[in-house]
Design a binder for this molecule. Sequence first.
Ligand SMILES: [Ca+2]
Length: 311
Amino acid sequence: MIKKEKIIMDLDVGVDDAMSLIMGMLDPKFDIKLITTIFGNVGLKQATKNTCWLVQNYGDKDYPIYMGAERGLNTPLHSATEVHGKTGLGKTIVAKNVTKKVSNKPNYGAIEAMRDCINKYPNEITIVSVGPTTNVAKLLTTYPEVVSKIKRIVLMVGSLDGKGSVTPYSSFNAHCDPDAVNIIISHKVPIIISTKEMGTTAYFEDDLRNELKQYGRYGELIYHLCNGYKDSILEVGQYAVHDTCALYSILDTDFFTREKVDMTINVSNDEKRGQTKFVPNPNSHITVLKTVDKKKVLAYIANLIKKNAKK
Ligand SMILES: [Ca+2]
C-alpha cells in the first residue's frame, strides 16, 4: 500500500505550475485535498481559469478549487507573461470552454478552505506553495490556531546564490511578495525551500519533450505547454521544472540533497528587496534543497507520463 502525502496545492498557473499539478494528480503518492489559486505568473482570474481548465480536462476527480489573493501584502502587482505566455499556458494552449467553477462563497475563500482542510487532517497536510506566498502568509496570520497542525510547508522561492531572475537579486515568487515569505519563515512549522536553482538545473530539452508527446494526452499537454515557455535564465528549448521540484521535495527519494538552515529575506525597499540568504543551522525548522539529481527527476516525470499514456 503506497503511503500517500496529503497536500494542498497553491498555484499561480503558469506553465510549470500546470506541469506540477499534472504530476500531483497522476502520481499515486500524492493525495490532493485542496487546490488554491494565487496571482503571479498571470493575474488571479487567469490563473484560476487555467487551474479550472486543467482540472476539468485532466483531473482524475473534481478537486475543489478556491481562489485566493489577487496581489501581494505590500508590493505592487507583478506578472511573468514573458515567461509563460499571455494567458499563462504557453503559446499554443488557451483555457476555454471552462465550466468548472471555483468553490468560493461569501467570506469563505482560499484561506478558509485551507484552515478547514488542516483541521480535518491535523498534522497530515503539506502545503505546496509554488507561486507568490501571500495565501499561506494570510492563513498563518488570520488563523494562527492551525499553525501547529500543519505537517509542513513547501515554498518554491528564493535563490541559493542570492541572485535573482526578475531583478539582479530576487527570484519571481520572492519578488511578488517578500513580506509574505518573511511572515511564513518566522513560524516554527517545518518548511522546505526549493529555490530557483532546482528548477533551472533540472530542466528538460526537446528530446524529452518530443518523447513525452508520444505518451498519450498528458504527454501531449506537456509538449504543448512548452511552446513559448522560457525561463529568463535558461536558453530557448530548455524547460525548467521549478514547481515539480518543489512538489517532489516531500517524496522519500534521493532526488535532492538538503541542509537545515536559517533563512532571511530582504523586505526593505532597496534594490535587494526579495533577496534570500541561507546560513547552516542544524537546529532550524527550515530545510533548503541544495542540489538536485536532474536525471532522476526527469526519469521519474517521464515514467509517470508513460504509465498514464492510456488514461
Ligand atoms: Ca508557479
